[in-house]
Design a protein around this ligand. Sequence first.
Ligand code: ZN
Ligand code: FE
Ligand code: FE
Ligand code: ZN
Length: 266
Amino acid sequence: MTWPADYHMHTPLCLHATGQPVEYAARAVEVGLTEIGFSDHSPMRQDDFDNWRMKFSELDGYVEAVRQAQRDFPSLVIRLGLEVDYLPGQEDWIRELAARHPWDYFIGSVHYVSGGWDIDNPAKLSRWTGLDVYEVWTDYFERLTLAASSGLFQIIGHADLPKKFGHRPDRDCAPLFERFLNGALKGGAAIELNTAGLRKDCREIYPGPELLRRAAEKRVPITFGSDAHAPGDVGASFAGVVQLARAAGHTHWRRWTQRQAATVAL
Ligand code: ZN
Ligand code: FE
Ligand code: FE
Ligand code: ZN
C-alpha cells in the first residue's frame, strides 16, 4: 500500500530532537514512505519564551535544511511546515511567520494552557497535583477550538494532548470534542493522528477513538504524523494508525501543498 504522508517531524533546532532533516528523509525512504513534511517547533516573538523551540534567527536556516533534504532526496516528496504554538493573542505573530516562507502547512498545537503551563512538559508534571483533570481538559480544548477555527492552521496537532501522562477526566468530553470539531470545520483545519502518544504514558494515539470517530462522522479531514524527534521515529506505528483511522470511518487523508488542500484515498 501507499502510506499517507508523515507530516510531523522535528529537527535539532528545537533543542530536544536529534538528527538532521536529511537523516529523517533517509529513514522515510527506508520505511517506504513517499511523502513527509517537517514541522519543527516555531519561534516565538520573544526568543526566551521557553527553551524548547528554535530562535527566530534560526528560521531561515531551518528552511534551508529542509530544502537540502529536498535536493538530496528528489524521489521523496518533502513538505515545508512548522508546528506553531497557539496561544490567544499570538495571532499577529503567527501571520507574520506565515508570510515569511511558502509553507505547505502549519500544524497548530496547544501546549500551553492558562497560567503559562506547557502541560506536556515532564518537568512540570507536579502542576497536575490537586487540579481537576476535567477543568484542565476544558481549558485546553477551549484554546484548541480557538486554534482550529482561526483559519491560521491547516492541521491541528495531537488533539487530546492532556492525556499524555495518563490524566483522563471521568466526565463526558463529548461537548468539548464537538465544539472543537465544529471549529475545525469552520477554520478548514484537518486533525492529525499523532502516533507519539503510543510512545508516552497514555499508550494511545492522539486523539483517542471517540474523537476520531466523531471527526469521521462530521467529515473533518485527517492527516498523519509520527511527531518524530529522532530519525528512527519516522513513520512509527503507521500500519496500526491507518487501520485505526479506517475503523473510525475515515476514508481519505488530506495532502497540503502551499496551504492548498487535496483529498487522497486512504
Ligand atoms: Zn517537541
Ligand atoms: Fe506538540
Ligand atoms: Fe511535534
Ligand atoms: Zn508535537
